[in-house]
Design a protein around this ligand. Sequence first.
Ligand SMILES: [Fe+2]
Ligand SMILES: [Fe+2]
Length: 252
Amino acid sequence: MTISAANLPIWLASWLVWKIVPGRAAAKMAEFSHTEAGSGLDMLAAVEETTRPELRARYFRHALDELRHARLFRERAQAWSGARGRTQAVLEDSGFIASHGIRTTESLFRQLGEREFLAFVWVHEKRGAEQFDIYASLLGHDAATAAMFAEIAKDERFHIAYSRAELDRLAKAGDEAGVRGAVFKVRARRAWQLWVRLSLDFGNFMAGIWLTILYVVLLGPFSVVARAERPVGGVVPPAPRPAPADRAREMI
Ligand SMILES: [Fe+2]
Ligand SMILES: [Fe+2]
């Protein structure tokens, strides 16, 4: 795939995650598994809450796709990590979806209403498909992972197409301004959440650097002094006991 100025930041961030930081790729797959499961649950809620019977079947197929994606990401995460360590801990974290804000107790459909929900699906699926293209190009050397992304991309095309078709139908029915406003709101909220997340990540990164510098500058010298005073080897051998005859002489 071609790298443009628009997708350069996400390409660089993805390159760091998938190629450079050790162990991060498997953990990221585990996180994706939760994100997809959260989307699946939101689509199932939409199946129940929509007042449009003709959309129910699409929401249901979408829900099944997302739950299958969750399984595919979980399997890749386990294959890469050997089903242990931090990755397995992320997979087994039953509170991950709630603690990472993927879903709240109120369904997305109820929060947004049908029109904005469809705008949300269209905007997020489109962006997700672009990101998955980048991941697929970075992980092309791993045949199983490349095949997984290709399979997911096929489903994402359906999600993008049906949500866009429904938005177009609403616009043609006279709600053009409402559809445009809903898409704008979803994009603005997405940009704000991205900004907050990046700020938090940057803050954590800088805190790590400052703590490392403090550790080296303040605690490092004490560690050197302590090492210099400690006998080599760390184990202090017992002082040789005097022979019984010598001890008896000392007691006189
Ligand atoms: Fe998905
Ligand atoms: Fe999707």
